[in-house]
Design a binder for this molecule. Structure first.
Ligand SMILES: [Zn+2]
Length: 54
């Protein structure tokens, strides 16, 4: 699976809105990061809704 850069968007932490995360691992070509404040794991950058609908 591959994505173009227009399919990705940078996001802040979904929980605390911090823009302070460290990379953890890569899954299906997407980077999973962990928020340094609340330790939530999330994908960043994530696929846009438009890309997901494909
Ligand atoms: Zn957070």
């Amino acid at each position: 699976m591959s994505f173009s850069s227009s399919d990705l968007e940078a996001v802040q932490c979904l929980l605390c809105r911090a823009d302070d995360a460290e990379p953890r691992f890569t899954k299906d070509g997407l980077e999973v990061v962990r928020c340094r404040r609340c330790h939530l794991l999330y994908v960043n950058p994530r696929l846009t809704a438009k890309a997901l609908s494909r």
